[in-house]
Design a binder for this molecule. Structure first.
Ligand SMILES: Nc1ncnc2c1ncn2[C@@H]1O[C@H](COP(=O)(O)OP(=O)(O)O)[C@@H](O)[C@H]1O
Ligand SMILES: [Mg+2]
Length: 375
């Protein structure tokens, strides 16, 4: 692989060389998989669940496993989910002609059109959403295909909490019934919306109760992340201040996405042979916030005066997280009453600006907090 021009990758999994740590988590996930357990991976957004799954799929599983990953965040119903799964399965086997033939024998509900590339002779499958007329039947057939595969199949369903809002309404029960007797196919369910996932897997009256082991993903260890950054800079003949990485880690509370974004920016600030020192901190934050200035202005303008006041106060304290209804907080920022704060907080939560975090509220978008703090 050609080296990337910037080794701090955002939004996709490239290769283990650009992936920080997660060794223990990877080993644990593999341990669950090889012992035949279905797993639910939870954490707040942007910490690295999807990345972990891809990392494990690419590097940790022995050859006798075949892996599939679908993200159902945009799916509104079972049909769309089955469509994604069918496509993923096709994609994975598209280079192996005998497998395609076997698939088409089993998955009869899809009159998938095979065409052959004129130059390479590679078969290509064209499957449209409209071709899935009976999602349940197609799902059964795909699962049958996986069950009779010569490899153990692992299917990861990302943003799994979406099934709770599918149009059909009974999808949990349906999926649970279909997967509970599978012998050759295992599942990883991942998602960020903790209360929805807890509801699916921990509520005794729901179908998926007790059917998975949980993994709660935490932020990457600060020391590991610093080492990772120093190492990547060094590989490109650059150096970076440890203190700088450490401050960025604290500012973004170890949330991987922000860390990667800030280090991607830091990396651009030195030529080969150069050094990025702690002084760069403010400039990096400015750049990150700048690119979203218009969005933030609009978002702020859409708030009520009370919401603005409470949010300004939260931002002024950031990254400290005060108790929002405490006397100190109310007095320090001349807010009115605890109950008026609660109303504002509810409004801010409904707008997605604050989110629940272990029983407290915290800002969903840390860059928005930085914007509010400084401008
Ligand atoms: N261990 C890691 N090392 C480097 N980058 C990572 C790591 N884990 C995640 N990322 C990056 O951080 C961002 C958020 O990770 P993602 O897996 O999408 O989080 P989640 O699925 O929990 O929302 C992505 O841009 C991803 O590429
Ligand atoms: Mg994800």
């Amino acid at each position: 692989m050609k080296p990337l021009s910037n080794p701090f990758v955002i939004g996709k999994y490239v290769d283990k060389d650009y992936f920080c740590d997660r060794n223990k988590e990877s080993e644990l996930l593999v341990h669950h998989i090889v012992n035949g357990r279905n797993v639910a991976i939870m954490s707040e957004r942007r910490l690295g669940k999807t990345g972990l799954i891809e990392h494990v799929f690419s590097n940790y599983l022995p050859d006798e496993y075949e892996t599939f990953l679908i993200d159902i965040y945009t799916c509104k119903n079972l049909r769309e989910m089955v469509y994604l799964l069918a496509n993923e399965v096709f994609k994975k086997i598209s280079k192996r002609q005998p497998l395609i033939e076997r698939l088409l024998r089993i998955v009869r509900s899809l009159k998938a059109t095979i065409s052959y590339d004129a130059v390479t002779g590679q078969p290509e499958l064209g499957l449209g959403l409209g071709e899935i007329h009976q999602p349940e039947v197609t799902l059964d057939e795909i699962l049958e295909y996986l069950e009779t595969s010569d490899k153990v199949c692992v299917v990861a369903v990302d943003e799994f909490q979406k099934v709770t809002s599918f149009e059909e309404g009974n999808v949990e029960a349906l999926l649970r019934t279909k997967i509970q007797h599978l012998k050759n196919t295992q599942f990883i369910f991942a998602g960020s919306e903790r209360h929805l996932l807890e509801g699916i897997f921990s509520d005794p009256v729901r179908p998926f109760y007790n059917s998975v082991v949980f993994m709660h993903l935490l932020p990457i260890d600060q020391g590991e992340y610093i080492r990772f950054c120093l190492h990547l800079f060094a590989r490109y003949g650059k150096t970076v201040s440890e203190m700088l990485v450490s401050r960025l880690y604290d500012c973004f509370q170890g949330i991987t996405w922000y860390l990667q974004l800030s280090m991607n920016e830091a990396f651009t600030m030195a030529e080969r042979g150069g050094h990025v020192d702690e002084e760069a901190y403010g400039q990096i934050l400015n750049h990150m916030v700048d690119s979203k200035r218009f969005t933030f202005e609009d978002r702020y303008a859409s708030l009520t005066e009370k919401q603005k006041a409470v949010l300004q106060a939260i931002a002024a304290e950031f990254p400290r997280q005060p108790v929002l209804t405490s006397h100190e907080f109310i007095a320090k920022y001349h807010l009115k009453t605890a109950s008026s704060i609660q109303t504002a907080v509810k409004g801010l939560t409904d707008k997605g600006i604050l989110s629940d975090h272990h029983g407290t509220k915290r800002p969903t978008d840390l860059l928005f907090m930085l914007w509010l703090k400084n401008f």
